[in-house]
Design a protein around this ligand. Structure first.
Ligand SMILES: O=C1C[C@@](O)(C(=O)O)C[C@@H](O)[C@@H]1O
Length: 254
Protein backbone atom coordinates (compact mmCIF):
# COMPACT_ATOMS: atom_id res chain seq x y z
CA UNK A 1 0.00 0.00 0.00
CA UNK A 2 1.24 3.43 -0.83
CA UNK A 3 2.13 5.95 1.86
CA UNK A 4 0.28 8.55 -0.16
CA UNK A 5 -3.03 8.66 -1.99
CA UNK A 6 -3.05 10.82 -5.10
CA UNK A 7 -6.30 12.26 -6.40
CA UNK A 8 -6.28 14.75 -9.27
CA UNK A 9 -2.68 15.74 -8.49
CA UNK A 10 -3.37 16.27 -4.79
CA UNK A 11 -0.92 14.20 -2.78
CA UNK A 12 -2.61 13.11 0.43
CA UNK A 13 -0.20 11.95 3.12
CA UNK A 14 2.70 14.22 2.30
CA UNK A 15 3.55 17.66 3.67
CA UNK A 16 0.83 20.05 4.81
CA UNK A 17 -2.47 18.29 5.62
CA UNK A 18 -4.94 18.74 2.80
CA UNK A 19 -7.97 20.96 3.38
CA UNK A 20 -11.35 19.46 2.59
CA UNK A 21 -14.53 21.55 2.53
CA UNK A 22 -17.94 19.90 2.81
CA UNK A 23 -20.90 20.86 0.61
CA UNK A 24 -24.01 20.73 2.74
CA UNK A 25 -26.77 22.21 0.56
CA UNK A 26 -30.28 20.75 0.80
CA UNK A 27 -31.27 21.60 -2.77
CA UNK A 28 -29.55 21.53 -6.13
CA UNK A 29 -29.51 25.30 -6.41
CA UNK A 30 -27.93 25.64 -2.94
CA UNK A 31 -25.35 23.04 -3.86
CA UNK A 32 -24.45 24.77 -7.10
CA UNK A 33 -24.07 28.09 -5.30
CA UNK A 34 -21.91 26.49 -2.63
CA UNK A 35 -19.76 24.78 -5.25
CA UNK A 36 -19.39 28.07 -7.09
CA UNK A 37 -18.28 29.88 -3.93
CA UNK A 38 -15.66 27.21 -3.26
CA UNK A 39 -13.67 28.29 -6.29
CA UNK A 40 -12.46 31.35 -4.39
CA UNK A 41 -11.47 29.34 -1.33
CA UNK A 42 -9.53 26.85 -3.42
CA UNK A 43 -9.60 23.91 -1.01
CA UNK A 44 -7.57 20.80 -1.84
CA UNK A 45 -10.65 18.56 -1.76
CA UNK A 46 -14.42 18.87 -1.59
CA UNK A 47 -16.76 16.51 0.23
CA UNK A 48 -20.39 16.28 -0.84
CA UNK A 49 -22.33 15.37 2.29
CA UNK A 50 -25.26 13.82 0.48
CA UNK A 51 -27.17 13.19 3.70
CA UNK A 52 -27.95 16.95 3.76
CA UNK A 53 -29.54 16.69 0.28
CA UNK A 54 -33.37 16.62 0.24
CA UNK A 55 -33.45 14.13 -2.63
CA UNK A 56 -30.80 11.76 -1.36
CA UNK A 57 -33.23 8.86 -1.31
CA UNK A 58 -33.52 8.98 -5.10
CA UNK A 59 -30.38 7.61 -6.78
CA UNK A 60 -31.15 9.26 -10.10
CA UNK A 61 -31.57 12.66 -8.48
CA UNK A 62 -28.27 12.16 -6.66
CA UNK A 63 -26.38 11.26 -9.82
CA UNK A 64 -27.85 14.15 -11.76
CA UNK A 65 -26.91 16.54 -8.89
CA UNK A 66 -23.45 15.00 -8.94
CA UNK A 67 -23.11 15.84 -12.64
CA UNK A 68 -24.05 19.45 -11.93
CA UNK A 69 -21.65 19.77 -9.00
CA UNK A 70 -18.89 18.18 -11.03
CA UNK A 71 -19.47 20.60 -13.90
CA UNK A 72 -18.97 23.56 -11.54
CA UNK A 73 -15.77 22.23 -9.94
CA UNK A 74 -14.40 19.60 -12.35
CA UNK A 75 -10.80 20.19 -11.26
CA UNK A 76 -11.35 19.58 -7.53
CA UNK A 77 -11.13 16.07 -6.08
CA UNK A 78 -14.58 15.10 -4.84
CA UNK A 79 -15.43 12.89 -1.87
CA UNK A 80 -18.88 11.32 -1.91
CA UNK A 81 -20.25 10.83 1.61
CA UNK A 82 -23.57 9.66 2.97
CA UNK A 83 -23.15 10.13 6.72
CA UNK A 84 -25.72 8.04 8.55
CA UNK A 85 -27.69 9.48 11.45
CA UNK A 86 -26.17 6.92 13.80
CA UNK A 87 -22.76 8.45 13.09
CA UNK A 88 -23.81 12.08 13.36
CA UNK A 89 -25.33 12.50 9.88
CA UNK A 90 -28.69 13.93 8.86
CA UNK A 91 -30.55 10.85 7.65
CA UNK A 92 -30.76 7.10 7.96
CA UNK A 93 -31.37 4.82 4.97
CA UNK A 94 -31.56 1.03 4.63
CA UNK A 95 -28.31 -0.89 4.23
CA UNK A 96 -29.43 -1.93 0.75
CA UNK A 97 -29.93 1.67 -0.26
CA UNK A 98 -26.65 2.79 1.32
CA UNK A 99 -24.82 0.18 -0.77
CA UNK A 100 -26.70 1.00 -3.97
CA UNK A 101 -26.07 4.72 -3.53
CA UNK A 102 -22.35 4.29 -2.99
CA UNK A 103 -22.04 1.86 -5.90
CA UNK A 104 -23.83 4.31 -8.19
CA UNK A 105 -21.44 7.07 -7.07
CA UNK A 106 -18.36 4.88 -7.53
CA UNK A 107 -19.51 3.84 -11.00
CA UNK A 108 -20.44 7.38 -12.08
CA UNK A 109 -16.93 8.46 -12.99
CA UNK A 110 -17.69 11.74 -11.19
CA UNK A 111 -16.18 11.13 -7.76
CA UNK A 112 -12.61 10.46 -6.66
CA UNK A 113 -13.26 9.04 -3.20
CA UNK A 114 -16.24 7.46 -1.46
CA UNK A 115 -16.66 7.41 2.32
CA UNK A 116 -17.77 4.06 3.72
CA UNK A 117 -18.64 3.71 7.39
CA UNK A 118 -16.64 1.05 9.19
CA UNK A 119 -19.60 -0.04 11.30
CA UNK A 120 -21.37 -1.92 8.53
CA UNK A 121 -21.30 -5.65 7.82
CA UNK A 122 -17.76 -6.56 6.84
CA UNK A 123 -18.93 -8.11 3.56
CA UNK A 124 -20.73 -4.87 2.64
CA UNK A 125 -17.65 -2.76 3.35
CA UNK A 126 -15.54 -5.15 1.26
CA UNK A 127 -18.01 -5.05 -1.62
CA UNK A 128 -17.92 -1.24 -1.66
CA UNK A 129 -14.12 -1.18 -1.49
CA UNK A 130 -13.86 -3.66 -4.39
CA UNK A 131 -16.38 -1.79 -6.51
CA UNK A 132 -14.71 1.55 -5.86
CA UNK A 133 -11.24 0.22 -6.64
CA UNK A 134 -12.49 -1.41 -9.84
CA UNK A 135 -13.49 2.10 -10.95
CA UNK A 136 -10.30 3.81 -9.77
CA UNK A 137 -12.09 5.41 -6.86
CA UNK A 138 -10.35 5.56 -3.48
CA UNK A 139 -12.11 4.76 -0.22
CA UNK A 140 -12.21 6.46 3.15
CA UNK A 141 -13.34 3.96 5.78
CA UNK A 142 -14.68 6.09 8.57
CA UNK A 143 -15.98 5.95 12.09
CA UNK A 144 -17.53 8.70 14.23
CA UNK A 145 -18.31 8.98 17.89
CA UNK A 146 -20.31 12.15 18.55
CA UNK A 147 -20.70 11.36 22.25
CA UNK A 148 -17.30 10.47 23.53
CA UNK A 149 -13.73 9.41 22.90
CA UNK A 150 -12.93 5.69 22.96
CA UNK A 151 -9.68 4.52 24.58
CA UNK A 152 -6.42 4.91 22.73
CA UNK A 153 -6.34 1.14 22.05
CA UNK A 154 -9.87 1.22 20.67
CA UNK A 155 -9.16 4.17 18.37
CA UNK A 156 -6.07 2.40 17.02
CA UNK A 157 -7.96 -0.86 16.62
CA UNK A 158 -10.73 0.83 14.57
CA UNK A 159 -8.18 2.55 12.33
CA UNK A 160 -6.34 -0.75 11.86
CA UNK A 161 -9.59 -2.51 11.02
CA UNK A 162 -10.33 0.17 8.39
CA UNK A 163 -6.88 -0.41 6.94
CA UNK A 164 -7.31 -4.20 6.97
CA UNK A 165 -10.60 -3.91 5.12
CA UNK A 166 -8.81 -2.10 2.30
CA UNK A 167 -9.65 1.51 3.09
CA UNK A 168 -7.15 3.78 1.36
CA UNK A 169 -7.77 6.40 4.03
CA UNK A 170 -8.79 5.11 7.47
CA UNK A 171 -10.59 7.87 9.38
CA UNK A 172 -11.97 8.50 12.87
CA UNK A 173 -13.73 11.52 14.40
CA UNK A 174 -14.38 11.54 18.14
CA UNK A 175 -15.93 13.91 20.68
CA UNK A 176 -13.80 15.01 23.64
CA UNK A 177 -15.39 15.28 27.08
CA UNK A 178 -12.24 16.93 28.43
CA UNK A 179 -8.71 17.89 27.43
CA UNK A 180 -7.44 14.40 28.22
CA UNK A 181 -9.67 13.03 25.48
CA UNK A 182 -8.01 15.34 22.95
CA UNK A 183 -4.63 14.00 24.03
CA UNK A 184 -5.95 10.44 23.68
CA UNK A 185 -6.92 11.11 20.06
CA UNK A 186 -3.61 12.80 19.29
CA UNK A 187 -1.56 10.04 20.86
CA UNK A 188 -3.60 7.32 19.12
CA UNK A 189 -2.99 9.16 15.83
CA UNK A 190 0.74 9.36 16.46
CA UNK A 191 1.04 5.68 17.43
CA UNK A 192 -1.08 4.56 14.48
CA UNK A 193 1.02 6.60 12.08
CA UNK A 194 4.36 5.48 13.50
CA UNK A 195 3.64 1.82 14.20
CA UNK A 196 0.77 0.48 12.16
CA UNK A 197 -0.29 2.63 9.25
CA UNK A 198 1.07 1.94 5.79
CA UNK A 199 -1.15 4.64 4.27
CA UNK A 200 -2.41 8.11 5.20
CA UNK A 201 -4.95 8.35 8.02
CA UNK A 202 -7.45 11.04 8.99
CA UNK A 203 -8.32 11.81 12.60
CA UNK A 204 -9.98 14.58 14.50
CA UNK A 205 -11.25 15.43 17.92
CA UNK A 206 -14.37 17.52 17.45
CA UNK A 207 -15.79 20.66 19.09
CA UNK A 208 -13.85 23.53 20.67
CA UNK A 209 -11.34 21.56 22.72
CA UNK A 210 -10.56 19.38 19.72
CA UNK A 211 -9.73 22.23 17.32
CA UNK A 212 -6.02 21.73 17.94
CA UNK A 213 -6.32 18.29 16.32
CA UNK A 214 -7.68 19.91 13.14
CA UNK A 215 -4.63 22.18 12.99
CA UNK A 216 -1.77 19.94 14.01
CA UNK A 217 -2.24 16.98 11.67
CA UNK A 218 1.21 17.38 10.17
CA UNK A 219 2.78 16.97 13.59
CA UNK A 220 0.67 14.11 14.91
CA UNK A 221 -0.12 12.27 11.68
CA UNK A 222 -3.49 13.22 10.21
CA UNK A 223 -3.45 13.81 6.45
CA UNK A 224 -6.74 15.64 5.80
CA UNK A 225 -8.47 18.34 7.82
CA UNK A 226 -12.07 19.47 7.29
CA UNK A 227 -12.62 23.23 7.18
CA UNK A 228 -15.83 25.21 6.92
CA UNK A 229 -16.76 27.40 3.95
CA UNK A 230 -19.78 29.06 5.54
CA UNK A 231 -21.47 26.61 7.87
CA UNK A 232 -19.53 23.73 9.46
CA UNK A 233 -20.68 20.16 8.82
CA UNK A 234 -19.39 19.09 12.25
CA UNK A 235 -18.55 20.88 15.50
CA UNK A 236 -15.14 22.53 15.67
CA UNK A 237 -14.47 23.05 11.97
CA UNK A 238 -12.43 26.21 11.43
CA UNK A 239 -12.93 28.65 8.52
CA UNK A 240 -10.77 27.65 5.56
CA UNK A 241 -8.68 30.85 5.41
CA UNK A 242 -7.69 30.69 9.08
CA UNK A 243 -7.09 26.97 8.80
CA UNK A 244 -4.72 27.46 5.88
CA UNK A 245 -2.75 30.13 7.77
CA UNK A 246 -2.23 27.96 10.83
CA UNK A 247 -1.37 24.87 8.76
CA UNK A 248 1.33 26.84 6.93
CA UNK A 249 2.63 28.38 10.14
CA UNK A 250 3.06 24.93 11.67
CA UNK A 251 4.56 23.59 8.44
CA UNK A 252 7.16 26.34 8.35
CA UNK A 253 8.08 25.64 11.98
CA UNK A 254 8.92 22.02 11.33
O1 LIG B 1 -16.31 12.55 8.81
C1 LIG B 1 -16.14 13.72 8.58
C2 LIG B 1 -15.38 14.56 9.46
C3 LIG B 1 -16.30 15.56 10.09
O2 LIG B 1 -17.19 14.87 10.91
C4 LIG B 1 -15.49 16.52 10.95
O3 LIG B 1 -15.52 16.36 12.17
O4 LIG B 1 -14.85 17.41 10.40
C5 LIG B 1 -17.01 16.30 8.98
C6 LIG B 1 -17.75 15.42 8.02
O5 LIG B 1 -18.30 16.19 6.96
C7 LIG B 1 -16.84 14.38 7.47
O6 LIG B 1 -17.56 13.44 6.73
Amino acid sequence: MSRTVIVKNVIIGEGIPKICVPLIGATLSELKQEAESLKELSPDLVEWRTDFFDEVEDVEAVISALKEIHSVIPELPLIFTFRSAKEGGEKQVSTEYYIALNIAAAESGLVDIIDVELFNEEQDVKLLVETAHAHNVSVIISNHDFHGTPSQEEIISRLRKAQELGGDLPKIAVMPQDTGDVLTLLEATHIMKEQYADRPIITMSMAGAGVISRLAGEIFGSAITFGAAHKPSAPGQVAVGELRNVLSLLHRSL
